[in-house]
Design a binder for this molecule. Structure first.
Ligand code: F6R
Length: 624
């Protein structure tokens, strides 16, 4: 989704902002832009397509020399991807000062504001809601940018993270947020802001975050620009009503290496391959074998409510929703608590009934997904206890919950979620065992599961060894435009996830469903050569899955089966077999999803597609 970078300080700003935008490319975007306060006024450059196109524009046109600037990657919502719709947007004050704004989010009352501003004589060049904000700030500007931003935001409804500069105040960057993420880095003699920590980490690990409706004024500069001395930096944080608020400086837990490719061709492949390590990190310190218990410090304060809960309601979108579906099975199976997983976007608008004793669980990698956040707030308002299963530390969902468990799988840069899914399923397994042990599971049973969980990093490593074989099998079918993914029980959500992975990065149409459902209609799709991927591991429904495989074979379909190591029987029915270690059924999704991630990755590469920048997709969907 859209990305923001801003800087005020001692270094020339243009290249620094472009480097920041490159770090945000993974989030998905369609156009980019930059504004710099120069000695000759405000210089703006915008372009459609990749950040490198903007970089070329900045280099070839020149004139972007300055020490204060903002930049943006845009993912179109209002108005098509075009140069004139790209940010920064500008407004001109009555005294002729120019204001530039970059914005993530949506201004919901932009139609009324646009009419008001048009009547005041402002002329709009774009179809965006952001330009309304730029013009509104300009209309209210009388020489104090911070006050103009505060006043404008009091008129606005919607969601925003914004960064604003003016050619009249060459040392001042003002930013604010409501509902969209924004981080302020405190660097040496400078401030750098961004919508995502990956654009900050090269400059500093000292950061501030803002709460909703808060504004920061960041100043860095010298009274005498020519000599550059004495240099002064200061910041001030307020509410949009100009009430001062104090914010603590925090240490960013991220290192540069974690967000670089490290020799892999794509972030997605890197993140698939590093899953043994990321799951080891996710489990670290959480398994106490001696006491046969799960240690989840983040839930301790709510443990009584959670153990007595009458119902768990899991809510999420996309891949996180598939993890939530597995959570539903785990909580019912291991903790014997009624559980249900719902799309956050649907839950919110169906006037949900929340009985006493309901625990709402928001599952999210980014912790910023707008639908998931809104559903969580809705559930809380109706009386649910809210917990988060989130990867990004300090994200909005993490902060909005009563308690939670972080995934600790490290930053996920690849647009297609892989290691976060496995982290989400692992954490949900830990939560189910944490509650199961306190409800009715014997120590022996808990200990047996914990022993198996500790082996997961090694199990995943063994599955990853088959990457080349999976590549060769996929190569035989990659020209086919329709695929099915089928599984039963715990592996039904895994089938959904396999289909989502394939369609989002290879653009092959794929559907996932419970294997038995195929007979109720979709079997009509199967023809000679159609690839059908079965998750067919040994377990309570193995024989039934084998029958489903035979039904597909009888109609000419090509079967690719994820199967248990040592299952020789299945080879007679399948064109390709992807082996996974033999693990208890509730833990199977952690290993069975790995071959499906590799199927999707290899299919996309074989089709010559840009795996890390799939068309139309954004890493974090912060609009509803
Ligand atoms: C698919 C994918 C998306 C996300 C979904 C929720 O690979 O990444 O489907 O899972 O947008 O995102 P988070 O987990 O950040 O809430």
């Amino acid at each position: 989704m859209c990305g923001i970078v801003g800087y005020v300080g001692r270094k020339p700003v243009a290249n620094l902002l472009i480097e920041g935008l490159k770090r945000l490319e993974y989030r998905g975007y369609d156009s980019a832009g930059i504004a710099v306060v120069t000695e000759k006024g405000l210089k703006v450059g915008r372009s459609v397509g990749r950040v490198r196109v903007l970089e070329e524009l900045v280099q070839t046109t020149g004139g972007f020399e300055g020490f204060l600037g903002i930049a943006h990657t845009r993912w179109a919502t209002h108005g098509s991807p075009s140069e004139r719709n790209a940010h920064p947007h500008r407004g001109t004050s009555r005294k002729g000062d120019t204001i530039a704004v970059v914005h993530n989010g949506i201004i919901e009352n932009y139609v009324a504001l646009k009419k008001y501003l048009t009547d005041k004589g402002h002329v709009f060049e774009s179809e965006t809601d952001t330009e309304v904000l730029a013009k509104l700030i300009a209309e209210l500007y009388d020489g104090n940018l911070e006050h103009a931003v505060q006043s404008a935001l009091r008129e606005v409804t919607g969601a925003y993270a914004i960064a604003v500069i003016s050619d009249h105040e060459p040392h001042t960057l003002v930013c604010a947020r409501k509902g969209s993420p924004l981080i302020i880095g405190i660097a040496e003699n400078a401030y750098v802001i961004a919508s995502d920590p990956s654009a900050i980490i090269a400059h500093t690990t000292q950061v501030l975050t803002l709460d909703d409706y808060q504004v920061a004024r960041l100043c860095a500069g010298a009274a005498d620009r020519a000599s550059g001395e004495p240099w002064a930096v200061e910041f001030r944080t307020t509410t949009i009503d100009n009430v001062p608020v104090s914010r603590d400086v925090q240490e960013l837990e991220l290192d540069l290496q974690q967000i670089e490719l490290g020799g892999y061709d794509h972030f997605m492949l890197k993140e698939i391959m590093e899953q043994p390590e990321s799951i080891r990190n996710c489990l670290r310190g959480r398994i106490d074998q001696r006491e046969a218990k799960v240690v989840l410090g983040g839930l301790n304060k709510l443990v009584r409510d959670l153990v007595r809960a009458k119902r768990f309601l899991l809510t999420a979108q996309g891949t996180a929703y598939h993890a939530g579906l597995i959570g539903e099975y785990l909580l019912q199976d291991l903790a014997k608590i009624p559980a249900q997983c719902e799309y956050a976007s649907e839950f919110r608008y169906r006037n949900p009934i929340i009985e006493d004793g309901t625990v709402a669980v928001a599952v999210s990698q980014s912790g910023e997904t707008a639908d998931t956040l809104a559903a969580l707030r809705e559930a809380k308002e109706r009386g649910a206890t809210a917990i988060g299963v989130v990867n990004v530390v300090g994200s909005t969902i993490a902060r909005d919950t009563d308690a939670g468990v972080y995934l600790h799988v490290g930053p996920e840069i690849g647009v297609a979620s892989t290691k976060a899914f496995v982290g989400q399923v692992t954490v949900l397994t830990l939560i189910a065992l944490y509650l199961g042990k306190r409800r009715f599971l014997s120590d022996d049973v808990v200990r047996a599961y914990l022993t198996e969980l500790e082996k997961m990093p090694e199990h995943i490593r063994r599955v990853l060894e088959h990457s080349d074989m999976i590549h060769d099998s996929v190569a035989r079918h990659v020209h086919r435009n329709n695929w099915l993914f089928l599984g039963r029980g715990y592996n039904y959500p895994v089938a959904l996830e396999g289909a989502l992975k394939l369609k989002e990065i290879s653009y092959i149409h794929a559907e996932g469903m419970p294997a038995a459902e195929m007979k109720h209609g979709p079997i009509a799709l199967i023809d000679e050569g159609m690839p059908v991927v079965f998750v067919a591991t040994r377990g309570s429904q193995y024989d039934k899955v084998i029958s489903n495989i035979q039904e597909v074979r009888a109609r000419g379909g090509r079967v690719l089966a994820v199967a248990t190591e040592g299952d020789d029987h299945i080879h007679q029915y399948a064109d390709a077999v992807f082996p996974v270690p033999d693990v208890p059924e509730p833990l199977q999704p952690i290993v069975t999803v790995i071959p499906l991630q590799l199927v999707a990755y290899h299919a996309a590469v074989l089709r010559g597609l840009d795996v890390d920048k799939p068309r139309n997709l954004a890493k974090s969907v912060t609009v509803e």
